[in-house]
Design a protein around this ligand. Structure first.
Ligand code: ADP
Length: 458
């Protein structure tokens, strides 16, 4: 069943507007029709009463002289003049029929029966009427009339038909006006809803919805804009804090790293050496996290700059693999390149960061002894690098989200440490090089791709 709250505001408003217009018009039509019919009936009664009066004064002498034929003749003239009179008759003061339309003998009795003590009665589209015939203020007889009001019924029908046609036309008109009016109202609401969706989808708090009105929608819009600005300001404060905190952490950490290196070279007891190495590894982890946080705050502040130069990408990939291989001795990390000319123009350090991140993820999110394959291909328009693993994979719904800040895929990250910053930084670095980064994945593993244009290469 459709609930009222499931219908859009636009349709609800259109419905209310059309319903109200039609209701008002229907009430107006009913009152108008009833009024019209009532005044027609009154007019008809008045006309018939005066007609009866005329007939009465014309038949006084026929009653006085007991001249039934003359009275009948007067009545017959009436039959020709007013065909809607079904019966006209005269009864004398004793209630005996004195004259009447020919061929309708029982009508006088019937009229008197229907009327009872009333002088006028409207019954089944027929008007029953009696008027006293007075001669010098003495009642000498009564005029009886039975008038057919078939035109009243006709009028009723045609007025109702016209009212229905009018109602239908009003319905269409009200509908059209409602659509036009509601579109202008709901257009502003729809604009606001789209902006809200954009904010929740892309986290873009720069969105501002323009609305210079003074109604509730404008208040809502202004509230939304203020809310966005507040969130943006808070986020800025947070990023600023992360930036400052990371900077402050970096200096003591570099010192600790130096002391550990010194200790390592001085320490000759193997037990102590292992502890120093463990401490060193944790320091590197902290260092990486701080570097990522600093990068994020630079990206947020639009300050991540590139120092581009020409370098050999294949050489860089080989170097990275050579450095990682001893750390992961059980892994087979391969690299395939299809070209000899492998020079690119980019920020070497940042591209190294991207490659290390993709390779580290490939190892982190796949079984310890599975293979990791790197491939690079070069053509005139650009470079394509692939990093493939045979690990847990990423569900289709999460593939577009893993490049967002702090996002971690639910299944993969339960037991594996991480902050969800690496791919966000990779995406920014690749985009700043005017390249693209994406993933293809299934339950047998994932392949991360990134491209870099060759533009600027000398
Ligand atoms: P982190 O690995 O520190 O959580 P990343 O930004 O590098 O942060 O990755 C974001 C998320 O993407 C990870 O938490 C993980 O869920 C998923 N992910 C990244 N690389 C892979 C991969 N090779 N296989 C499966 N999942 C991955």
């Amino acid at each position: 069943m459709i609930r009222l709250k499931d219908i859009s505001i636009r349709n609800k408003l259109i419905g209310i507007q059309v319903f109200t217009s039609v209701l008002v018009l229907a009430i107006f039509s009913i009152v108008f029709i009833a009024n019209e019919l009532e005044s027609y009936r009154k007019r008809k009664i008045d006309d018939t009463v005066s007609l009866a009066g005329v007939v009465g004064s014309n038949v006084i002498s026929t009653l006085t002289f007991d001249d039934g034929d003359a009275a009948r003749e007067i009545l017959e003239t009436l039959r020709h003049v007013s065909p809607e009179i079904l019966y006209a008759g005269i009864v004398d003061k004793n209630g005996k029929v004195f004259a009447g339309y020919s061929g309708a003998t029982n009508q006088a009795t019937n009229i008197q029966y229907v009327l009872g003590n009333d002088t006028v009665r409207y019954y089944r589209d027929q008007l029953y009427l009696k008027t006293s015939i007075l001669d010098q203020n003495k009642r000498i007889g009564t005029v009886l009339l039975l008038v057919d009001l078939v035109d009243l019924a006709e009028m009723k029908k045609s007025t109702i038909r016209t009212a229905f046609i009018l109602l239908f036309a009003a319905l269409i008109l009200a509908f059209m006006i409602a659509i036009i009016v509601q579109t202008t109202i709901t257009h502003r609401l729809t604009k606001l809803v789209s902006a809200m969706q954009e904010v929740s989808r892309a986290g873009n708090y720069d969105v501002v919805v323009a609305d210079d009105g003074k109604d509730e929608i404008s208040t809502l819009t202004q509230g939304f804009n203020q809310f966005n600005q507040q969130i943006k300001a808070n986020l800025h404060k947070k990023d600023e804090f992360i930036g400052i905190a990371s900077h402050e952490l970096k200096t003591p950490l570099t010192s600790i790293k130096g002391y550990l290196e010194l200790l390592k070279s001085m320490e000759d007891r193997p037990g102590h050496l292992r502890l120093v190495e463990k401490a060193g590894k944790n320091v590197v982890k902290l260092e990486n996290l701080i570097r990522d946080l600093l990068d994020v705050s630079k990206i947020q502040g639009g300050q991540l700059e590139l120092n581009c130069s020409e370098f050999d990408l294949v050489e860089l990939i080989e170097e990275i693999i050579a450095a990682l291989q001893p750390v992961f001795p059980n892994r087979e990390i391969t690299h395939n390149s299809d070209s000899k000319s492998t020079l690119i123009y980019a920020d070497r350090q940042r591209i190294e960061q991207v490659l290390i991140n993709l390779l580290s993820n490939a190892m982190k999110y796949s079984p310890v002894e599975s293979k990791v394959e790197v491939a690079s291909s070069f053509n005139k328009t650009g470079v394509l690098v692939k990093v493939r693993d045979f690990g847990v994979g990423i569900t289709p719904s999460e593939q577009s989200k893993i490049f967002e800040r702090f996002y971690r895929a639910k299944d993969a990250s339960i037991h594996i440490a991480g902050f969800g910053l690496g791919l966000y930084i990779c995406k920014d670095i690749v985009s700043r090089h005017e390249g693209k980064i994406w993933v293809e994945s299934n339950d047998k593993g994932s392949t991360f791709f990134f491209t870099l244009p060759q533009a600027g290469l000398v």
